[in-house]
Design a binder for this molecule. Structure first.
Ligand SMILES: [Zn+2]
Length: 95
């Protein structure tokens, strides 16, 4: 298998550091995750939504907030909620 990004790495838009690995991620339904990142160089935090790729290891869920910046965790939950809302709006039959 030739997966170009097996760990859901993303680039920091603030300082352009590449291949920053997610600190944690939330499931967003069956086929997506919202991953939270903190840049090791500039400490910029951000989130990114990914389609779950079969065979990839999922980042850990944010269980203990002491392991993860509280602000970034809040961003993560907010983005997951936005994604859920979007999905509901685009769905024709409620489920
Ligand atoms: Zn950065």
């Amino acid at each position: 298998m030739n997966d170009p990004n097996p760990l859901y790495a993303d680039a920091c838009e603030n300082c352009m550091t590449r291949d920053v690995l997610p600190q944690s991620a939330l499931r967003d339904g069956a086929e997506a995750i919202v991953a939270g990142y903190r840049c090791p160089n500039c400490r910029h935090t951000w989130t990114c939504s990914w389609g779950v790729v079969p065979g990839r290891a999922l980042p850990p869920e944010p269980i203990d907030q002491s392991l993860f910046d509280r602000y970034a965790t809040a961003q993560l939950h907010e983005q997951a909620a936005v994604n859920r809302a979007r999905k509901h709006l685009s769905r024709k039959d409620p489920s």
